[in-house]
Write a protein of this length. Structure first.
Length: 570
């Protein structure tokens, strides 16, 4: 029996079937068992920096790298785009802030112009300070206003900045809260510089009046009211509102700002100011003294204003009595507007102080002087007449639009110099109502009514009714300037209030008293009834006048006018 030969394929060794999860190639980027460092020497090279860690050294796993050449280029591109667009965005934001700031400054400059001679920072402080002053119905941070105006004043009085050509009249004085108390000689400066400097000084005084009852905490540089300071001089301090800073100690506090008289005396004793500016400073200073209760000092300051106005006239003795301040009525030498204004302010102060015997002659002399003054041939009107021309481009909408565009690119000019006030006074024509005369008549009517004996109050009532008629005509007149119309509104409010209060008082006095059985009592009772009926009709006339003015929309304050009482002097 022969041997059975095996097929050739059976002579080969059997191969083990590979599992599907096993790799046929051993990559250098994997931790293969042959690449592991062992005690025995391995014939293959050890490349640990090409491998990635794995949870199991015996189970090889392919893991992709996080940062490849393509990823690196992509990241670089994205970083460059982010940086570029961030730079573009911040550039536009900064340019927008600068543009907004410039537009805001341009609006403020047109609202409150500043002299071109001032430096940029001085004009900036001036504009920001004026912008911080809010209307009466809004809150104004007077500490901020005072700080901005003080910085502007420091630059204007500094010879190295904007004060070139100015000279202090009393050098060497110690500063008061950063303010040089000395007056300056500004005669060499232009009108715009002088007027701007005058406005800054007067606004500093105004801000000082508002923060006169405040102190500065030197430890924290914060301004507080005096009534919250903790110290021996204030045993019962007012608590600070919730969320505010804690109350300061008295030993850490000092005056917050220079006193108002520091600024007023800069104008009154300085050189280079006009009579109008000095009189305005004197009247404001006297009003401040009157508020503080210093009536004697206020009277002297009002008299000082009258002397300043009289000294500017060529023949002051022929116009006013220097002792009594009563004006002399002479057509050859009419008084000046400054003198009329100062004399009226003096008489008003004396009337408020109770010195009626001195106030009434001054009021009457001022009224007579105004009536005796020459008439102004060309009085200022609300709008000048301009003939209409077809070829005039300003009469079309396109021309008006072009003018508006031109005004946006034209820098604002500083206002022209107003009249000095030392020229002869010229009164308005009879057709144009003068509300200043109505104001004088109201004062005269109050004094005559308050000082009249029983049964003789008709004269004061007549002056008041005439003043109301003039003020009512001035409110509705077209040729009255806006500032004069505002004065007419104020006179109308006060006049109607005085008229109603006077009639109410006379009506109470006219009511019949408890009658007796005598024939004389019966006759007096009959006369009282007639008087009572007369004053009732007068009171209805006051009410009708008030309601008509309210219906016309002249002023809503007239709604409470007849309820006012105690308006009479004395």
């Amino acid at each position: 029996m022969g041997l059975i030969s095996r097929p050739p394929s059976l002579l080969r060794p059997l191969r083990v079937k590979r599992l599907p999860n096993q790799l046929s190639l051993r990559l250098f980027t994997q931790k293969h068992p042959l690449l592991l460092i062992t005690r025995t020497s391995s014939p293959r090279p050890q490349l640990p920096y090409l491998s990635q860690p794995s949870r199991s050294a015996f189970v090889p796993r392919q893991t992709a790298r996080f940062l490849t050449t393509e990823n690196k280029n992509y990241v670089k591109e994205q970083v460059w785009l982010a940086a570029k667009w961030s730079a573009v965005g911040w550039s536009f934001f900064l340019l927008g802030v600068v543009a907004l700031y410039g537009i805001n400054q341009e609006v403020l400059e047109r609202k409150t112009p500043s002299p071109d001679e001032w430096s940029f920072f001085s004009r900036n402080h001036f504009r920001c300070a004026n912008a911080a002053v809010k209307p009466d119905h809004e809150y104004t941070d007077w500490a901020q206003v005072a700080t901005e105006f003080r910085r502007c004043l420091e630059r204007l009085e500094n010879a190295e900045i904007d004060g070139k050509g100015t000279t202090p009249l009393a050098p060497g004085l110690d500063d008061i809260r950063g303010i040089n108390p000395s007056a300056f000689d500004i005669s060499e400066k232009s009108y715009a510089w002088k007027e701007g400097y005058f406005q800054v000084v007067m606004q500093c005084a105004r801000a000082s009046e508002h923060i006169d009852n405040m102190v500065l905490d030197t430890s924290r540089k914060i301004i507080f009211p005096k009534d919250v300071v903790v110290g021996p001089s204030n045993p019962n301090p007012r608590p600070c509102p919730p969320g505010a800073e804690s109350a300061p100690r008295e030993e850490d506090c000092e005056r917050a700002y220079a006193p108002p008289e520091t600024f007023y005396l800069k104008v009154l004793t300085g050189l280079g100011f006009s009579s109008r500016q000095r009189i305005e400073a004197a009247l404001a200073y006297a009003n401040w003294l009157e508020i503080k209760g210093l009536n004697d000092s206020a009277d002297e300051t009002y008299k000082w204003a009258v002397d300043i106005a009289a000294s500017a006239l060529p023949a002051s003795d022929a116009v006013i009595n220097s002792d009594t301040s009563i004006l002399r009525v002479q057509e050859a030498t009419p008084p000046s507007p400054n003198l009329l204004r100062a004399a009226t302010a003096l008489a008003t102060h004396r009337a408020r102080s109770g010195n009626i015997t001195s106030a009434l002659p001054i009021f009457l002399s001022v009224l007579r002087a105004r009536h005796a003054s020459p008439i102004d041939i060309a009085p200022p009107t609300r709008s000048e007449y301009r003939p209409i021309s077809v070829s005039d481009p300003t009469n079309t909408d396109i021309g008006a639009f072009i003018n508006i565009i031109k005004s946006l690119f034209t820098p604002p000019t500083y206002p022209a110099e107003p009249p000095s006030g030392d020229e002869p006074f010229l009164r308005q024509p009879a057709s144009v109502p003068d509300c200043t005369e109505a104001e004088l008549m109201l004062y005269i009517g109050e004094i005559l009514f308050a000082t009249a004996s029983p049964g003789r109050e008709d004269e004061g009532l007549g002056w008041t009714k005439q003043a109301v008629a003039i003020a009512e005509h001035g409110v509705s007149h077209n040729d009255v300037l806006p500032e004069s119309r505002d004065k007419c509104k104020a006179c109308l409010e006060t006049g109607i209030a005085n008229w109603g209060a006077m009639v109410t008082k006379l009506l109470k006095e006219a009511k019949p008293k408890p009658a007796s059985s005598s024939w004389t009592s019966w006759m007096s009772g009959s006369q009282s009834e007639d008087k009572e009926s007369q004053w009732e009709d007068e009171l209805r006339a006051v009410e009708e006048t008030r309601m008509n003015l309210i219906a016309q929309g002249i002023n809503s304050k007239l709604a409470a006018a007849p309820q006012r009482t105690g308006t009479f002097i004395g």
